[in-house]
Design a protein around this ligand. Structure first.
Ligand code: C6P
Length: 410
C-alpha cells in the first residue's frame, strides 16, 4: 500500500485554504469529510470566474456569453461521463445532489416501473435519502419495502439478499459505501444477482466517487447517483447517471422551461435526453465547479487516494483501541475511511463537543441513518471520516483528543 509521499501530501494540502486555519486556538483537524469535503482553490476560482465574467443563462441565448457558458456547462457533462465511464454524456443528468437524484428517480419510476402491490428492495444501511423516497413511494402504492439485513460487522447478509430477490422487487436501491459504518458493499456482485432476476439496480455513490475508481459500465448498474460537495466540488450540484434505455422511456419528473419541446395551451412534448430531466435554470456555477473538482481528482490518482485513506483508517483504529470502553460500530472486511464508534458511559455528542475544543471536527449523531443506529442499539456514534488531505499527524491528534475527552467524561 503506497499512498502519497510527504511532499505530494503537502502539495495537496496547500491547495485547500480552509485547512490552514485555527479553531479555538488549535490547528483545524477536519475529519467530517463524509458530510462534506473542503474545496481546493481551483474549484473556488472556477466559481468566482463564472460569476465575475461569464455569468449568463444557458441553452437559450444567441449572444456570446450564453454560447460560451453553454459550451462550458456541456463540457462538464462530458467530463462527468468520462469520470464515471458512462457510455454517453446524454446519460448524465445534473441535479442538486444525491438526495434530489433519488427523489427524481422515485418520482419518475412511480407508476412507470413501480405500481400497486409491487416491492422495492433496499439494505438496512441506507442513508435516509435512499430509504425514505422508496418507503414513501411504497406507501403511495401499497407496495412492500423489502430490507436486506446487516450482520454484526455491518455487512449485508448476501444470502438473505438473494432470497429477497426471489420476491421479484421492481428495483434494488443500495449504497456503495455506508456513511455510518464505512462498509463497502460488494455492489458488482449484488448487481449481477439482481440482474439474474431481471431487476434494475440503483447505486447510491455519495460516499464512493471521491474515494475509489467508479466505472458504471463495469458495475453494470442501471442508475448511479452522487453529490458534488462530497468530492471537493460545490454544494447544490449532483448527478443522476442512468442507462439510456431507462432514461429514454422514463417520464419527466419536474416540468417547466428547458425540458420541453413543443408547448401549446393544451399539449406539451418533451425535450430529448438529458434535458427532459433538467427543468428550469440549472446551477451553472455549481456544474462548472464540479468540472473543476473532477479535474482536480483526475490529476490525483484515485488509487493512491484510496490507499492513503486506508492507511489513515488503520492508524486511527490502532490508536483508538486503547481508549477505555470504546466500541466500533461497523467492522466490515472491506471498508472505506470512515470510523464510527461509541465510548461506553459517554454520549457521542459530549465526545464530539470536547474534541471540537481541541480543534478536531468530527460528526456525532445518527448520520441520517437512524435504522443503522437501531440495528446496533446505539443512540448515535462519533464518526471520523477521512479525505485525501488528512495526515497521520492529524490522526494522532484526533486519537489523543478522543482519549482525553473520554477520560474527562468517565
Ligand atoms: N451524508 C453524512 O454526513 P446529499 O445531502 O444529497 O448531498 O447526500 C445525501 C446522502 C446520500 N447517501 C449517502 C450514503 C450519504 O452519505 C449522503 C449524505 C452526509 O453522512 C450528510 S447526512
Amino acid at each position: 500500500m503506497n499512498g502519497f509521499t510527504a511532499s505530494e501530501l503537502n502539495e495537496l494540502r496547500n491547495q485547500f485554504p480552509a485547512l490552514h486555519q485555527r479553531v479555538f486556538g488549535k490547528p483545524l483537524v477536519y475529519l467530517d469529510n463524509a458530510a462534506t469535503t473542503q474545496k481546493p482553490q481551483l474549484v473556488i476560482d472556477r466559481i468566482t470566474k463564472y460569476y465575475s465574467y461569464e455569468n449568463c443563462n444557458i441553452h437559450r441565448g444567441v449572444h456570446y456569453l450564453s454560447q460560451e457558458a453553454t459550451a462550458a456547462f456541456e463540457d462538464v457533462r462530458t467530463k462527468v461521463a468520462g469520470f464515471i465511464h458512462a457510455a454517453k454524456s446524454e446519460e448524465i443528468i445534473f441535479t442538486k445532489g444525491t438526495t434530489e437524484s433519488i427523489n427524481l428517480l422515485a418520482g419518475s419510476l412511480d407508476g412507470f416501473l413501480i405500481g400497486i402491490g409491487d416491492s422495492v428492495l433496499v439494505t438496512g444501511m441506507e442513508h435516509h435519502s435512499n430509504l425514505v423516497p422508496w418507503q414513501q413511494l411504497c406507501k403511495r402504492n401499497q407496495a412492500k419495502l423489502l430490507v436486506a439485513e446487516l450482520d454484526d460487522r455491518g455487512e449485508v447478509f448476501l444470502e438473505q439478499f438473494g432470497k429477497l430477490l426471489e420476491q421479484k422487487p421492481k428495483l434494488v436501491a443500495i449504497t456503495h459505501i455506508s456513511n455510518a459504518l464505512g462498509t463497502i458493499n460488494p455492489v458488482k456482485e449484488m448487481i449481477a444477482m439482481a440482474h439474474a432476476n431481471d431487476i434494475p439496480v440503483l447505486i447510491d455513490g455519495a460516499q464512493s466517487v471521491a474515494h475509489m475508481h467508479v466505472d458504471v459500465q463495469d458495475l453494470d448498474c442501471d442508475f448511479f447517483v452522487f453529490s458534488g460537495h462530497k468530492m471537493y466540488g460545490p454544494m447544490g450540484v449532483g448527478v443522476l447517471y442512468g442507462k439510456e434505455k431507462w432514461l429514454d422511456k422514463m417520464p419527466p419528473w419536474q416540468f417547466g422551461g428547458e425540458m420541453v419541446d413543443q408547448v401549446s395551451l393544451q399539449e406539451t412534448t418533451f425535450n430529448q435526453l438529458p434535458f427532459k430531466f433538467e427543468a428550469g435554470t440549472p446551477n451553472v456555477a455549481g456544474v462548472l465547479g464540479l468540472g473543476a473538482a473532477i479535474e482536480f481528482l483526475n490529476q490525483t490518482s484515485l488509487e493512491k487516494i484510496g490507499q492513503h485513506e486506508h492507511q489513515l483508517l488503520d492508524l486511527a483504529m490502532e490508536k483508538l483501541r486503547s481508549v477505555q470502553g470504546i466500541r466500533f460500530i461497523g467492522n466490515a472486511k472491506n471498508r472505506a475511511g470512515v470510523i464510527s464508534f461509541v465510548v461506553d458511559g459517554t454520549h457521542p455528542t459530549d465526545i464530539g463537543t470536547l474534541v471540537d475544543k481541541m480543534g478536531v471536527a468530527v460528526r456525532t449523531g445518527h448520520h441520517c441513518a437512524q435504522p443503522v443506529m437501531t440495528r446496533f442499539d446505539v443512540p448515535g456514534t462519533v464518526r471520523a471520516s477521512f479525505a485525501l488531505y488528512n495526515t497521520a499527524e492529524e490522526v494522532e491528534v484526533f486519537a489523543a483528543a478522543v482519549q482525553k475527552a473520554a477520560g474527562m467524561l468517565h
